[in-house]
Ligand binder design. Structure first.
Ligand SMILES: *[C@@H]1O[C@H](CO)[C@@H](O)[C@H](O)[C@H]1NC(C)=O
Ligand SMILES: *[C@@H]1O[C@H](CO)[C@@H](O)[C@H](O)[C@H]1NC(C)=O
Ligand SMILES: *[C@@H]1O[C@H](CO)[C@@H](O)[C@H](O)[C@H]1NC(C)=O
Ligand SMILES: *[C@@H]1O[C@H](CO)[C@@H](O)[C@H](O)[C@H]1NC(C)=O
Ligand SMILES: *[C@@H]1O[C@H](CO)[C@@H](O)[C@H](O)[C@H]1NC(C)=O
Ligand SMILES: *[C@@H]1O[C@H](CO)[C@@H](O)[C@H](O)[C@H]1NC(C)=O
Length: 439
């Protein structure tokens, strides 16, 4: 595992296709992903995912003192290697953008000219002068008032009273720029155009991680500025294909019922909980965890959302691997260690991850992992919680879960080949095992 040379980046590039077969027009965004490197660099993929998940989980202040600041702190801080990047276009005529799909934040932004402080991107920067439908939003506009950190632009470089924003993410990622509106186009052939979408033109931006393929972030959170809120959809879903593969994934808005019919028996539904302190996040009620036949002795209060807004469990597309609070993580690790019956690799060699060394070319038994939510059971397939790889002939099995802060976060690694539906009308989340490449 010392041979961690390759940066493995899994990105999802999303040419959108709109299917309009049903009464409620479904916007279907197809997500393709590919490895940046030809082979997976042993444990590197997992270690990078773990670092980001940890960084992201650290976004919450332990003490309520910093709560006012953290109101804008978003979960998308962890731009993990397993990013799901949606292709859309902005402006008239449309200019392509590639935005990280983030259910943990609301603002959608892309880098814009003159871009005095932008990270490199392979696509051209968005040029608002080339769009006939582009308009600045003033600071007294409703979308501007939905942001926590804004000021009124009044310099000779800016139109008077322009909404200037700063949007922070917990891991030091940040975008600063101007709030605007313009037409968004979903679909490569421009078949679905939505005028007047509020979005940020990022002028000074930093991402924890970028391989230059993405140009910004698509906010799919619960706040009024997010894309689902602005589009007024009743629901959206994502279905992520295997992180380590290259098959296309799908994101859908206003998804028809019949797509769920196939696996109806296996559909699990749990309430979405609201946390007034962090209103953008999709909170779930996690009640317990079983490892094999062992129910971890975690008091339910350990998972509870506390009155000061700390704790609780969120589901987040912007995080790669799931994190649990330290005490829960230790119980989980110990239960695995006991049931795996394989030697554990010293954690100073694994970046703190729980890994076991296995006989060469073996496929050892791994205890089942089940997350028990209110009214719903997430029975994770093996590939959604262990990461197996070979390094210099040795075989390793690692738990793709790490220790985070007081809040638990269900990351996208755990959601592979699962169709996850956010029912915004009824405040419910459903999930069902699916072949995401065949949706
Ligand atoms: C980023 O990742 C994508 C998808 O794997 C790849 O096609 C692209 O070449 C990478 N870009 C850079 C600059 O490494
Ligand atoms: C961006 O690209 C330019 C030209 O390729 C390069 O000189 C510069 O170092 C890059 N900046 C970053 C932050 O990677
Ligand atoms: C932006 O678009 C305007 C109008 O087409 C053009 O004059 C200008 O050169 C463009 N800026 C850049 C940096 O491409
Ligand atoms: C900017 O707007 C304010 C308030 O509308 C106005 O008082 C001021 O004169 C304007 N300044 C310029 C340079 O237009
Ligand atoms: C999603 O929302 C649309 C329109 O609001 C509705 O017709 C459809 O039944 C919903 N789909 C599911 C799976 O709940
Ligand atoms: C890890 O710790 C063990 C002792 O617990 C030590 O022998 C070993 O050298 C350490 N390995 C690394 C890579 O630091």
């Amino acid at each position: 595992m010392q041979k961690l040379a390759l940066l493995v980046v899994v990105l999802l590039a999303v040419p959108l296709a709109i299917s309009r077969g049903t009464a409620a027009a479904t916007v279907r965004m197809q997500v393709t992903h590919a490895d940046a490197a030809s082979g997976l660099g042993g444990g590197e993929l997992l270690q990078r995912m773990a670092r980001r998940s940890k960084a992201r989980s650290a976004r919450f202040p332990a003490s309520p003192m910093s709560a006012p600041v953290s109101a804008t702190v978003s979960s998308s801080g962890a731009f993990s290697p397993a990013e799901y990047t949606v292709h859309m276009a902005v402006g008239t005529p449309p200019q392509p953008v590639r935005l990280i799909l983030d259910t943990g934040s609301d603002l959608t932004w892309t880098q814009c000219l003159p871009c005095p402080g932008c990270f490199n991107q392979t696509l051209p920067y968005f040029n608002s002068s080339r769009s006939s439908t582009f308009a600045f939003l003033p600071c007294d506009s409703t979308p501007c008032q939905h942001l926590d950190f804004t000021s009124c632009g009044n310099s000779k470089y800016l139109p008077n009273q322009t909404c200037v924003y700063i949007y922070n993410y917990g891991d030091t990622s940040v975008s600063t720029g101007l709030l605007n509106k313009d037409t968004f186009t979903f679909g490569v052939s421009g078949r679905s155009s939505l005028p007047g979408m509020a979005f940020g033109c990022g002028l000074f931006n930093r991402l924890f991680f970028t391989n230059q393929t993405n140009t910004g972030v698509a906010g799919f959170g619960r706040g009024p500025l997010s894309l689902p809120s602005q589009l007024r959809v009743g629901n959206f879903s994502h279905c992520f294909t295997a992180v380590t593969g290259s098959k296309p994934s799908t994101v859908m808005l206003d998804l028809p019922d019949h797509l769920y019919r196939k696996g109806r028996d296996a559909v699990h539904t749990t309430p979405l909980v609201q946390n007034p302190v962090y209103p953008s996040f999709y909170y779930l009620s996690l009640k317990g965890i079983t490892v094999g036949s062992t129910m971890l002795p975690v008091p339910e209060s350990e998972f509870a959302l506390r009155n000061d807004g700390t704790g609780g469990t969120v589901i987040d597309s912007g995080t790669s691997i799931t994190t649990f609070p330290p005490r829960v993580y230790r119980l989980l690790r110990d239960a695995f260690a006991e049931q795996m019956k394989l030697p554990m690799v010293p954690s100073n060699m694994t970046g703190g991850l729980t890994c076991f060394s296995a006989p060469r070319r073996s496929k050892p038994h791994v205890p089942k992992l089940v997350l028990h939510f209110e009214d719903a059971k997430m029975d994770l397939p093996r590939n959604n919680y262990v990461y197996e790889f070979e390094d210099e002939g040795d075989n390793f099995i690692c738990l793709a879960i790490t220790e985070g802060d007081e809040m638990s976060t269900i990351g996208n690694y755990q959601q592979q080949n699962m169709h996850v539906l956010y029912d915004l009308q009824h405040n419910k989340l459903s999930f069902v095992p699916a072949h995401c490449d065949k949706l």
